[in-house]
Ligand binder design. Structure first.
Ligand SMILES: Nc1ncnc2c1ncn2[C@@H]1O[C@H](COP(=O)(O)OP(=O)(O)O)[C@@H](O)[C@H]1O
Ligand SMILES: [Mg+2]
Length: 254
């Protein structure tokens, strides 16, 4: 499987030491550490998405993985920031992990109405959107109260109608969907029908090959953009000779 980017395992002390702490979570490296190795890899992922050979730019992208804790929310948030930092591009980051939402922890907003309430007809999109402190980046939360039937909710036709209406809202928004793990839920498979592209996350020394392969098999192959290897704490020097200097530079800066 083609690996798009290897993201370093970030040392939190390094983040704090950078003096760039804001109200947003430390893991938003694109915001707190825009010149770090990881931020640079996220920018490369953005470039890869913008210049995919033989296909139009995928404007609705789901980030998923086999297991919980691999970094889906961290990567979708950082990718959303990277795209929003690009020229004239509005981005909507959607928390579709209705069972275990976490974008509120990264962007520091209270539990509030979102995808679940919209699909249940209890709220309109416009009353759920949250503007972040990052220019051109809006978040659609998962739910104020976790729903009792997340898969049924997502399975309804309303989901594809919702994603389509979000995609055409205010012109040409990029939509990044943070999803739940494939092994634990059917939700990413349901959502795969309505997205243009899928980025898989694999956590270094955490996910077994068989688990990753099973997850891949559950998704439509033609939509898979590639895989991000996350939280690498030891980069294979041979393979990454090109980045070696930058990597060590970062390392010595700590
Ligand atoms: N590149 C990284 N470096 C350091 N910690 C990370 C990295 N990616 C994820 N994490 C940590 O791993 C935990 C799980 O990440 P998260 O994005 O919530 O996973 P998922 O959404 O796949 O369940 C988070 O608490 C975060 O602290
Ligand atoms: Mg998550």
């Amino acid at each position: 499987m083609h690996i798009l980017k290897a993201l370093e395992k970030q040392d939190q002390e390094f983040v704090r030491g950078s003096g760039a702490m804001g109200p947003l979570d430390d893991h938003l490296y694109m915001h707190h550490m825009p010149y770090s190795y990881t931020a640079e890899q996220i920018r490369k992922l953005r470039t890869f998405i913008y210049h995919m050979p033989d296909r139009p730019v995928p404007k609705v992208i789901m980030i998923t993985s086999a297991l919980p804790g691999e970094g889906k929310s961290v990567i979708s948030s950082n990718l959303a920031i990277a795209i929003a930092k690009g020229e004239d591009q509005q981005v909507l980051l959607v928390d579709c992990d209705l069972r275990k939402p976490s974008l509120h922890e990264l962007f520091k907003y209270p539990h509030s109405m979102g995808v679940s309430e919209i699909l249940q007809g209890k709220a309109d999109v416009s009353e759920c959107l949250i503007s972040t402190s990052i220019d051109k980046l809006t978040v659609l939360p998962a739910a104020k109260e976790p729903p009792s039937n997340p898969s049924e909710l997502l399975e309804s036709r309303k989901t594809s109608a919702l994603i389509k209406s979000l995609a055409s809202r205010e012109g040409n928004w990029f939509i990044i969907i943070d999803s739940s793990p494939i092994q634990a839920t059917v939700d990413p498979k349901i959502l795969s029908d309505v997205v243009d592209g899928i980025v898989m996350v694999v956590r270094y020394r955490y996910t077994r090959e068989a688990e990753f392969k099973m997850a891949l098999e559950a998704l439509p192959k033609e939509k898979i953009i590639g895989t991000v290897l996350n939280a690498v704490d030891e980069l294979p020097v041979k393979k990454y000779t090109y980045n070696k200097y930058k990597y060590y530079k970062n390392y010595y800066n700590r």
